[in-house]
Design a protein around this ligand. Sequence first.
Ligand code: IMP
Length: 498
Amino acid sequence: MAKKIITESSRTLMEYRLLPGYTPTVCNPSNISLRTPLVYSKNNEKKYYLNIPLVSAAMQSVSGDQMGIELAKLGGAAIIFCSQSPDSEAKMVRKIKNHKAGFVKPKKMKADMNVKEMYEIRKDSGHSTFPVVDDNGNFLGLISKWDYDISLHADSLIKDRMIKKENIQVGTNITDLKEANRALLESHKSVLPILDAAGKLLSMVFRKDINDQLDFPLEIHDENKRLISVASINTHDYKERVEALANAEVDVIVIDSSDGHTQYQADVIKWINKNYPTIPVIGGNVITKGGFRFLVEAGAKAIKIGMGGGSICITQEQKGTGRGLATTIIDVVEERDKYFKETGIYIPIVADGGVTSTKDVTIALALGADYVMMGRYFARMEESPTDKIVVNNRVMKPYWGEGSARAQNWKERRYNQGKFVEGVEGFVEYAGHLRDNLEETLAKIKSSMGTCGVMNISEFHQKAELEVVSALSIREGKPHDIYISTEKMDNQDYNSSE
Ligand code: IMP
């Protein structure tokens, strides 16, 4: 006889609905905050908070450096995938940490190149203005598309067509974007080269993208205004990998494992806490109270929960292990709250796998998760690391599991040891830019919170009232008994565009 048999079904997020609460006038979306702790930090450090409750999954087809930069600027975080070499993962982290929004480093031209050569580079790079430097990197001038006509000047030398530095307003050692913006305005020009005190070119700032860059009020950054970077590790090559990531100045580490209730994981957490005490570790995945307590007692500063629910996941099919995410959240949150009462330490919980639509995010938060991790949602964005392709006249992006045959080429496998796969590969419909999608997603979350009469996620945890719905009720919640005329809904499930 098994030690434990629960006869009540485990439930998914789809099976719950929120009941409205009283909404005071102050509780409108512009006043609702989605700020949430990324990890427990003793001194409540600002850098360990997200401004939106979303992180992108540690997957090859989801979280590279571009996602890391864009998502941190928008208030969330990408968990850089670890199914790559420690060096290339560290390079991604370094790119995020060194990202200076608005400070561009275009290709540099040499004064004695001819215009034809530069023209070829221009075609490939998409830039129209280039700095000109000498062999030591000292700034000599600028050349832009207004300074030549390729049919007349193909063989001319750049030095004969460029605007010389004497006639250009430059900024010296500027690192703050607002200061660069002010200097740019005073110069009455569209571009500002930034030099060091000795005259070496550091970067350029363009008027056309500066306003865009200044407009990221939710950006998460460290004490030096550098973006927060979060990267994943496995339990195999962790010593080498953590060292590489620490050298790249990673802020938080996530252990990427489908089953975190293991001695391996406890050993890794203890090792990191001992050797890199300033880098908090997120442990997981677990789906039980016991798993939660085990990892927290090993020293994890946030816990990732969920097994078997991911959109690319076939773990339940293959191994028979897993649990509905809603039941997992309810169970583990109960233990988290108990742990908080006992110790005063609040451990954030990350709901992961099968959170596909905004309403899933909202239900997960209402049930007690502090933020959610999503793969499919982010794989569809321009900023995911894959190329767009056209399948059946639809623009798609490839998406594959870390336990799929495609990802298993990587030597340190997250899942089984190569005898069978635990994930599939396929396509998801391209959704455009992250920023536009997030705007809609966050508006919906805030709107639901408003309906429930709560101003922040912590209040949501305390006041949300939920109810299990029947299959018929779910069906009733979709359009029915009508021919839908909008193209978006043709031939597809009402919610599938999200
Ligand atoms: P999604 O948001 O539903 O697409 O699920 C993403 C989550 O699925 C990830 O954060 C992982 O926890 C999990 N996952 C990633 N790859 C695999 C796999 O190959 N098999 C099973 N689960 C996976």
